[in-house]
Design a protein around this ligand. Sequence first.
Ligand code: UTP
Length: 294
Amino acid sequence: MKRVKKAVIPAAGLGTRFLPVTKAMPKEMLPIVDKPTIQYIVEEAIKSGIEDIIIVTGKGKRAIEDHFDNAFELEQNLLSKQKLDLLDKVQAPTKMADIHYIRQKEPKGLGHAIWCARKFIGDEPFAVLLGDDIVESNDPCIEQLIRQYEKTGSSVIGVQTVPELETDRYGIIDPSSNEGRLYEVKNFVEKPSVTEAPSNLAIMGRYVLTPDIFPYLENQEVGAGGEIQLTDAIQRLNQSKGVFAYDFEGTRYDVGEKLGFVLTTLEFALKNSELKTPLVERMKEIVEEHTQIN
Ligand code: UTP
């Protein structure tokens, strides 16, 4: 069995839920406190043993490449002022695994973005990590899925339980049987209505896929939202080869929509020893001010 050494991070979407900030700035570069979202994702991949990362970019995404590149003048400036801890922070992203870039010429959907990476992936299993979800766990999320791939030899999709009223926001699985956290799946359904959802186990932006997915992506028709959906291709792959879902351990932060982004920022700021006390104090005042007004 081939080892999972490569990861794809699709980052070519338009980020319309964050307009206007995403007009000239990639959604994946929005900071959670002081680190761009995509850096958390790259760090998870590296901790999981991934050696090569391919970021699928598009128009207006230069800032991502710059972030993982050297910043000569800035580094010289920090060095001359002996600001060595800041220099470390600036250099850290450039020292991360080998990062490669390919362009998705048009944002035709997540499925299409993954298909764009096919030549880089070749005939190997690979990981996919979306920047919309940050997962915190002792055992990195994608490593948990890689272990399940090594056990089953099949594609494995990361899922977690969501509240029943929220199933229409996610790809949902229809499980047939399970062994602990590992599920065999009958169907993958993209954003089912609350009454039609077969379960409340939702796909959470982490996948280990075998290269068998590419022929399905190649001829996948446009689906929900007028986009080529990865879930639709996975559903077809499941019918011929069998795809598993794994209910991974860890706390998942949804940074792909505004409320989730703000809450994640607050929670991460509260974990920061410098920010915690002043933030709690100011938040109490803000809450008081707002409850008085309303
Ligand atoms: P999303 O649907 O969450 O991202 O896709 P989006 O389309 O940029 O955001 P909204 O819905 O308009 O606000 C999940 C991931 O897939 C990438 C996105 O960049 C994001 O990281 N993606 C999506 C692509 O790379 N290409 C696409 O065509 C669509």
